[in-house]
Ligand binder design. Structure first.
Ligand SMILES: [Zn+2]
Length: 399
Protein backbone atom coordinates (compact mmCIF):
# COMPACT_ATOMS: atom_id res chain seq x y z
CA UNK A 1 0.00 0.00 0.00
CA UNK A 2 2.79 2.36 1.01
CA UNK A 3 4.53 1.79 -2.33
CA UNK A 4 1.53 3.09 -4.26
CA UNK A 5 -0.39 5.56 -2.18
CA UNK A 6 0.55 8.84 -0.63
CA UNK A 7 0.13 8.44 3.11
CA UNK A 8 -1.68 11.48 4.53
CA UNK A 9 0.46 13.43 7.06
CA UNK A 10 -2.12 12.78 9.78
CA UNK A 11 -1.71 9.01 9.39
CA UNK A 12 2.09 9.32 9.44
CA UNK A 13 1.84 11.30 12.67
CA UNK A 14 -0.40 8.69 14.25
CA UNK A 15 1.85 5.83 13.20
CA UNK A 16 4.90 7.73 14.45
CA UNK A 17 3.21 8.29 17.76
CA UNK A 18 2.66 4.51 18.10
CA UNK A 19 6.27 3.81 17.07
CA UNK A 20 7.53 6.37 19.60
CA UNK A 21 5.57 4.72 22.40
CA UNK A 22 6.94 1.30 21.49
CA UNK A 23 10.50 2.63 21.34
CA UNK A 24 10.37 4.41 24.68
CA UNK A 25 8.30 1.67 26.28
CA UNK A 26 5.14 3.53 27.01
CA UNK A 27 2.28 1.46 28.33
CA UNK A 28 -0.56 1.61 30.83
CA UNK A 29 1.70 1.07 33.82
CA UNK A 30 4.73 2.96 32.69
CA UNK A 31 5.56 6.15 30.90
CA UNK A 32 9.05 5.94 29.48
CA UNK A 33 11.18 8.98 28.86
CA UNK A 34 11.67 10.14 25.31
CA UNK A 35 15.44 10.28 25.51
CA UNK A 36 16.16 11.44 21.96
CA UNK A 37 14.12 13.63 19.62
CA UNK A 38 12.03 11.66 17.15
CA UNK A 39 13.55 13.65 14.30
CA UNK A 40 16.96 12.26 15.29
CA UNK A 41 15.63 8.73 15.83
CA UNK A 42 14.40 8.55 12.23
CA UNK A 43 17.62 9.77 10.65
CA UNK A 44 20.24 7.38 9.37
CA UNK A 45 22.74 5.76 11.72
CA UNK A 46 25.63 7.33 9.82
CA UNK A 47 24.53 10.80 10.80
CA UNK A 48 23.73 10.09 14.41
CA UNK A 49 20.23 8.67 14.18
CA UNK A 50 18.84 5.29 15.17
CA UNK A 51 18.00 4.44 11.57
CA UNK A 52 14.29 3.86 12.17
CA UNK A 53 12.51 4.45 8.87
CA UNK A 54 11.27 7.93 8.12
CA UNK A 55 7.87 7.04 6.70
CA UNK A 56 7.42 10.21 4.70
CA UNK A 57 10.71 9.72 2.85
CA UNK A 58 10.23 5.97 2.61
CA UNK A 59 6.87 6.42 0.95
CA UNK A 60 8.36 8.95 -1.45
CA UNK A 61 11.15 6.55 -2.34
CA UNK A 62 8.71 3.70 -3.00
CA UNK A 63 6.46 5.86 -5.18
CA UNK A 64 9.44 7.06 -7.21
CA UNK A 65 10.04 3.48 -8.20
CA UNK A 66 6.90 3.77 -10.40
CA UNK A 67 8.35 6.81 -12.16
CA UNK A 68 11.43 4.76 -12.93
CA UNK A 69 9.32 1.85 -14.22
CA UNK A 70 7.11 4.11 -16.29
CA UNK A 71 9.87 6.11 -17.95
CA UNK A 72 11.88 3.04 -18.85
CA UNK A 73 9.13 0.67 -19.82
CA UNK A 74 5.69 2.05 -20.52
CA UNK A 75 4.83 -0.57 -23.12
CA UNK A 76 3.22 -2.86 -20.58
CA UNK A 77 -0.45 -2.82 -19.71
CA UNK A 78 -0.45 -0.49 -16.73
CA UNK A 79 1.90 1.92 -18.50
CA UNK A 80 -0.43 2.05 -21.52
CA UNK A 81 -3.43 2.76 -19.31
CA UNK A 82 -1.61 5.61 -17.57
CA UNK A 83 -0.39 6.98 -20.90
CA UNK A 84 -3.88 6.85 -22.42
CA UNK A 85 -5.44 8.55 -19.43
CA UNK A 86 -2.95 11.36 -18.79
CA UNK A 87 -1.16 11.75 -22.17
CA UNK A 88 2.59 12.13 -22.41
CA UNK A 89 4.38 15.44 -22.06
CA UNK A 90 7.44 13.92 -23.75
CA UNK A 91 8.64 10.37 -24.29
CA UNK A 92 9.56 10.02 -20.65
CA UNK A 93 6.64 11.11 -18.54
CA UNK A 94 2.95 11.89 -18.63
CA UNK A 95 1.62 15.41 -18.41
CA UNK A 96 1.21 16.79 -14.94
CA UNK A 97 -2.02 15.69 -13.29
CA UNK A 98 -4.00 18.81 -12.47
CA UNK A 99 -7.52 17.44 -12.17
CA UNK A 100 -8.84 17.88 -8.64
CA UNK A 101 -11.26 14.96 -8.92
CA UNK A 102 -10.90 11.21 -9.34
CA UNK A 103 -8.38 8.85 -7.83
CA UNK A 104 -5.16 10.63 -6.88
CA UNK A 105 -3.00 7.51 -7.26
CA UNK A 106 -0.99 8.61 -10.31
CA UNK A 107 -1.17 12.26 -9.27
CA UNK A 108 0.74 11.58 -6.07
CA UNK A 109 3.37 9.66 -8.02
CA UNK A 110 3.63 12.08 -10.95
CA UNK A 111 4.18 15.06 -8.66
CA UNK A 112 7.53 13.57 -7.61
CA UNK A 113 8.88 13.78 -11.18
CA UNK A 114 10.59 17.14 -10.73
CA UNK A 115 12.49 15.77 -7.76
CA UNK A 116 13.24 12.48 -9.47
CA UNK A 117 14.40 13.70 -12.88
CA UNK A 118 17.52 15.70 -11.87
CA UNK A 119 18.96 12.44 -10.50
CA UNK A 120 18.82 10.77 -13.89
CA UNK A 121 20.57 10.98 -17.22
CA UNK A 122 19.38 9.64 -20.55
CA UNK A 123 21.29 6.79 -22.13
CA UNK A 124 20.87 7.15 -25.88
CA UNK A 125 20.52 3.78 -27.62
CA UNK A 126 18.32 4.02 -30.75
CA UNK A 127 17.77 7.78 -30.31
CA UNK A 128 14.06 7.58 -31.08
CA UNK A 129 12.80 8.82 -27.74
CA UNK A 130 15.50 11.36 -26.92
CA UNK A 131 15.02 14.93 -28.09
CA UNK A 132 18.35 16.45 -29.00
CA UNK A 133 17.77 19.90 -27.49
CA UNK A 134 15.32 19.31 -24.70
CA UNK A 135 16.44 16.08 -23.01
CA UNK A 136 19.41 15.63 -20.68
CA UNK A 137 21.52 13.09 -22.52
CA UNK A 138 24.85 14.89 -22.96
CA UNK A 139 27.52 14.55 -20.26
CA UNK A 140 28.09 18.31 -20.18
CA UNK A 141 24.42 19.19 -19.74
CA UNK A 142 21.29 20.17 -21.59
CA UNK A 143 22.09 21.25 -25.17
CA UNK A 144 19.50 24.00 -25.31
CA UNK A 145 20.96 25.55 -22.17
CA UNK A 146 24.57 25.10 -23.29
CA UNK A 147 24.05 26.43 -26.83
CA UNK A 148 20.95 28.65 -26.91
CA UNK A 149 22.40 30.67 -29.82
CA UNK A 150 22.89 27.56 -31.99
CA UNK A 151 19.45 26.29 -30.97
CA UNK A 152 17.97 29.49 -32.44
CA UNK A 153 19.95 29.05 -35.62
CA UNK A 154 18.79 25.53 -36.51
CA UNK A 155 15.46 24.51 -37.98
CA UNK A 156 15.14 21.17 -36.20
CA UNK A 157 14.37 22.37 -32.68
CA UNK A 158 12.05 19.53 -31.68
CA UNK A 159 13.96 16.72 -33.40
CA UNK A 160 15.08 13.54 -31.73
CA UNK A 161 18.60 12.22 -31.95
CA UNK A 162 17.41 9.54 -34.39
CA UNK A 163 16.12 12.34 -36.68
CA UNK A 164 19.42 14.20 -36.62
CA UNK A 165 21.95 11.39 -36.73
CA UNK A 166 22.91 9.72 -40.01
CA UNK A 167 25.64 7.16 -40.68
CA UNK A 168 27.64 10.09 -42.09
CA UNK A 169 27.28 12.12 -38.90
CA UNK A 170 25.07 14.93 -37.62
CA UNK A 171 22.67 16.52 -40.06
CA UNK A 172 21.68 20.02 -38.97
CA UNK A 173 19.90 22.48 -41.20
CA UNK A 174 20.52 26.14 -40.41
CA UNK A 175 17.92 28.85 -41.00
CA UNK A 176 20.33 31.04 -42.91
CA UNK A 177 23.96 31.32 -43.94
CA UNK A 178 26.29 31.65 -41.00
CA UNK A 179 28.16 34.88 -40.40
CA UNK A 180 31.94 34.71 -40.08
CA UNK A 181 31.82 35.66 -36.43
CA UNK A 182 29.42 32.77 -35.71
CA UNK A 183 31.78 30.12 -37.09
CA UNK A 184 33.93 29.62 -33.93
CA UNK A 185 30.81 29.09 -31.84
CA UNK A 186 29.37 26.57 -34.30
CA UNK A 187 32.74 24.79 -34.31
CA UNK A 188 32.61 24.63 -30.54
CA UNK A 189 29.10 23.17 -30.74
CA UNK A 190 30.14 20.44 -33.17
CA UNK A 191 33.22 19.65 -31.10
CA UNK A 192 31.05 19.08 -28.04
CA UNK A 193 28.92 16.48 -29.87
CA UNK A 194 31.87 14.98 -31.67
CA UNK A 195 32.23 12.15 -29.15
CA UNK A 196 28.79 10.74 -29.88
CA UNK A 197 29.35 7.09 -30.69
CA UNK A 198 26.29 6.46 -32.85
CA UNK A 199 23.03 4.58 -32.48
CA UNK A 200 22.51 0.97 -31.50
CA UNK A 201 19.76 -1.60 -31.32
CA UNK A 202 17.54 -1.26 -28.29
CA UNK A 203 15.63 1.58 -26.70
CA UNK A 204 16.70 4.83 -25.09
CA UNK A 205 16.46 4.63 -21.33
CA UNK A 206 16.97 6.58 -18.15
CA UNK A 207 20.02 5.96 -16.01
CA UNK A 208 20.06 6.63 -12.31
CA UNK A 209 23.01 8.81 -11.29
CA UNK A 210 23.25 7.53 -7.73
CA UNK A 211 25.06 4.24 -8.48
CA UNK A 212 27.57 2.70 -10.88
CA UNK A 213 25.10 0.50 -12.72
CA UNK A 214 22.73 3.39 -13.39
CA UNK A 215 19.78 1.49 -11.99
CA UNK A 216 17.28 2.97 -9.57
CA UNK A 217 17.00 0.86 -6.48
CA UNK A 218 14.45 1.29 -3.74
CA UNK A 219 16.38 2.87 -0.91
CA UNK A 220 18.53 5.08 -3.13
CA UNK A 221 16.43 8.19 -2.82
CA UNK A 222 15.65 7.40 0.77
CA UNK A 223 19.33 7.43 1.64
CA UNK A 224 19.82 10.69 -0.18
CA UNK A 225 16.89 12.32 1.59
CA UNK A 226 18.03 11.04 4.96
CA UNK A 227 21.72 11.84 4.60
CA UNK A 228 21.98 15.58 4.72
CA UNK A 229 25.51 17.00 5.04
CA UNK A 230 27.19 13.67 5.52
CA UNK A 231 30.66 15.14 5.21
CA UNK A 232 30.17 17.75 7.90
CA UNK A 233 29.48 15.35 10.69
CA UNK A 234 31.97 13.44 12.79
CA UNK A 235 29.97 10.75 14.46
CA UNK A 236 31.29 7.32 15.55
CA UNK A 237 28.58 5.33 13.79
CA UNK A 238 30.86 2.45 12.83
CA UNK A 239 32.12 2.04 16.37
CA UNK A 240 28.52 1.90 17.58
CA UNK A 241 26.71 -0.07 14.89
CA UNK A 242 29.42 -2.14 13.24
CA UNK A 243 30.81 -3.48 16.51
CA UNK A 244 29.99 -7.16 16.99
CA UNK A 245 27.87 -6.72 20.07
CA UNK A 246 24.19 -7.41 20.79
CA UNK A 247 21.84 -4.88 19.20
CA UNK A 248 20.50 -3.73 22.54
CA UNK A 249 24.07 -2.91 23.62
CA UNK A 250 24.66 -0.91 20.43
CA UNK A 251 21.49 1.03 21.27
CA UNK A 252 22.82 1.60 24.77
CA UNK A 253 26.16 2.89 23.43
CA UNK A 254 24.23 5.12 21.04
CA UNK A 255 22.32 6.61 23.98
CA UNK A 256 25.60 7.00 25.86
CA UNK A 257 27.21 8.82 22.95
CA UNK A 258 24.16 11.07 22.86
CA UNK A 259 24.73 11.54 26.62
CA UNK A 260 21.10 10.85 27.44
CA UNK A 261 21.30 7.62 29.43
CA UNK A 262 19.26 8.08 32.60
CA UNK A 263 21.95 8.87 35.08
CA UNK A 264 20.92 10.88 38.12
CA UNK A 265 22.08 14.06 36.45
CA UNK A 266 19.84 13.42 33.43
CA UNK A 267 16.91 12.51 35.69
CA UNK A 268 17.37 15.85 37.47
CA UNK A 269 17.23 17.62 34.11
CA UNK A 270 13.84 15.99 33.69
CA UNK A 271 12.58 17.51 36.92
CA UNK A 272 13.22 14.70 39.40
CA UNK A 273 14.62 15.87 42.70
CA UNK A 274 17.68 13.88 43.68
CA UNK A 275 20.98 14.28 45.39
CA UNK A 276 23.22 13.16 42.55
CA UNK A 277 26.28 11.15 43.57
CA UNK A 278 28.39 8.65 41.67
CA UNK A 279 27.50 5.14 42.88
CA UNK A 280 31.12 4.02 42.66
CA UNK A 281 33.34 6.74 44.10
CA UNK A 282 30.66 8.95 45.68
CA UNK A 283 32.84 11.96 45.03
CA UNK A 284 30.93 13.79 42.37
CA UNK A 285 27.58 14.02 40.59
CA UNK A 286 26.57 11.08 38.45
CA UNK A 287 26.92 12.32 34.88
CA UNK A 288 27.44 10.24 31.76
CA UNK A 289 30.95 11.49 31.26
CA UNK A 290 31.94 10.94 34.89
CA UNK A 291 30.49 7.46 35.33
CA UNK A 292 31.61 6.05 32.02
CA UNK A 293 34.89 7.84 31.45
CA UNK A 294 36.38 9.74 34.36
CA UNK A 295 35.40 7.70 37.44
CA UNK A 296 38.38 5.88 38.93
CA UNK A 297 36.42 2.61 39.13
CA UNK A 298 35.73 2.74 35.40
CA UNK A 299 39.40 3.69 34.97
CA UNK A 300 40.41 0.36 36.50
CA UNK A 301 38.48 -1.45 33.77
CA UNK A 302 40.14 0.61 31.04
CA UNK A 303 43.49 -0.23 32.61
CA UNK A 304 42.76 -3.94 32.35
CA UNK A 305 43.21 -3.59 28.62
CA UNK A 306 45.64 -0.70 28.39
CA UNK A 307 48.22 -2.27 30.71
CA UNK A 308 48.24 -5.50 28.76
CA UNK A 309 49.03 -3.66 25.58
CA UNK A 310 51.30 -1.11 27.33
CA UNK A 311 49.40 1.71 25.68
CA UNK A 312 49.39 5.12 27.25
CA UNK A 313 46.04 6.61 26.51
CA UNK A 314 44.82 10.00 27.59
CA UNK A 315 41.19 9.69 28.43
CA UNK A 316 38.99 11.89 26.23
CA UNK A 317 36.29 14.02 27.79
CA UNK A 318 33.28 12.59 26.00
CA UNK A 319 31.90 9.21 24.97
CA UNK A 320 31.90 9.92 21.22
CA UNK A 321 35.53 11.08 21.37
CA UNK A 322 36.45 8.02 23.42
CA UNK A 323 35.06 5.76 20.69
CA UNK A 324 37.20 7.41 18.02
CA UNK A 325 40.26 7.59 20.15
CA UNK A 326 40.00 3.93 21.28
CA UNK A 327 39.86 2.87 17.65
CA UNK A 328 43.01 4.90 16.91
CA UNK A 329 44.81 3.44 19.93
CA UNK A 330 44.06 -0.05 18.57
CA UNK A 331 45.64 0.30 15.14
CA UNK A 332 48.26 -2.28 16.20
CA UNK A 333 45.75 -4.64 17.78
CA UNK A 334 45.88 -8.27 16.64
CA UNK A 335 42.16 -8.49 16.24
CA UNK A 336 40.62 -5.11 15.59
CA UNK A 337 37.03 -6.24 15.69
CA UNK A 338 37.61 -7.60 19.22
CA UNK A 339 39.43 -4.41 20.15
CA UNK A 340 36.50 -2.35 18.92
CA UNK A 341 34.04 -3.90 21.35
CA UNK A 342 36.09 -3.16 24.47
CA UNK A 343 34.49 0.25 25.24
CA UNK A 344 30.98 -1.22 24.96
CA UNK A 345 32.04 -4.08 27.23
CA UNK A 346 33.31 -1.68 29.89
CA UNK A 347 30.26 0.55 29.71
CA UNK A 348 27.78 -2.31 29.77
CA UNK A 349 29.54 -3.82 32.79
CA UNK A 350 29.55 -0.48 34.61
CA UNK A 351 25.89 0.12 33.83
CA UNK A 352 24.85 -3.31 35.06
CA UNK A 353 26.84 -2.91 38.25
CA UNK A 354 25.45 0.58 38.75
CA UNK A 355 21.89 -0.75 38.39
CA UNK A 356 22.64 -3.58 40.81
CA UNK A 357 23.63 -0.97 43.38
CA UNK A 358 20.68 1.33 42.64
CA UNK A 359 17.83 -1.13 42.27
CA UNK A 360 18.90 -4.19 44.24
CA UNK A 361 21.02 -2.56 46.86
CA UNK A 362 23.81 -5.05 46.25
CA UNK A 363 27.33 -4.53 45.09
CA UNK A 364 30.08 -6.66 43.62
CA UNK A 365 33.72 -6.49 44.62
CA UNK A 366 36.09 -4.74 42.24
CA UNK A 367 37.55 -8.14 41.41
CA UNK A 368 34.11 -9.42 40.48
CA UNK A 369 33.39 -6.33 38.34
CA UNK A 370 36.62 -6.93 36.42
CA UNK A 371 35.74 -10.57 35.95
CA UNK A 372 32.24 -9.63 34.73
CA UNK A 373 33.82 -7.27 32.23
CA UNK A 374 36.19 -9.86 30.79
CA UNK A 375 33.53 -12.58 30.74
CA UNK A 376 31.23 -10.27 28.80
CA UNK A 377 34.03 -9.54 26.34
CA UNK A 378 34.72 -13.24 26.02
CA UNK A 379 31.06 -13.99 25.41
CA UNK A 380 30.69 -11.34 22.74
CA UNK A 381 33.93 -12.29 21.02
CA UNK A 382 32.96 -15.92 20.80
CA UNK A 383 29.22 -15.77 21.17
CA UNK A 384 29.56 -18.60 23.69
CA UNK A 385 30.02 -18.67 27.42
CA UNK A 386 33.54 -18.18 28.63
CA UNK A 387 33.81 -21.57 30.28
CA UNK A 388 33.11 -23.41 27.02
CA UNK A 389 35.98 -23.46 24.59
CA UNK A 390 37.96 -20.27 24.67
CA UNK A 391 39.38 -19.21 27.98
CA UNK A 392 39.44 -15.68 29.30
CA UNK A 393 43.21 -15.56 28.84
CA UNK A 394 42.79 -16.37 25.17
CA UNK A 395 40.41 -13.48 24.69
CA UNK A 396 42.74 -10.99 26.29
CA UNK A 397 45.57 -12.43 24.26
CA UNK A 398 43.57 -11.97 21.09
CA UNK A 399 43.43 -8.19 21.46
ZN1 LIG B 1 32.78 7.99 40.30
Amino acid sequence: MMSLFLIPPGIINRLDSIRRKILWQWNKERRGYHLVKWKTVITEKRVGGLGIKNMKNRSKDLRMKWLWKYSNDNQNFWGSVIKAKYEESDGWMTKEVTTPYGVSLWKSIRELWNEFKPNTKIKVVDGIKTRFWKDDWHAEGNMETLFPDIHNLVLQQQSTIADLWTPQGWNFVFRRHLNDWEIPRVTEFFRSIDQFSGLEMGRDRLQWLGNNKGIFKVGAVYKKLNHPNLQLLKWPWKQIWKAKIPYKVSCFVWLLAKEVVLTQENLMKRGITLCSRCFFCGKTAETVNHSFIQCKVTGQLWNLFLRRKSISWSMPGRISEALFSWEEAGTQAKNRSNWRIVPATIWWTIWKERNLRVFENRESSMQQVKLNCISTLCFWCNQIYSNDTVSIIDVLGSL
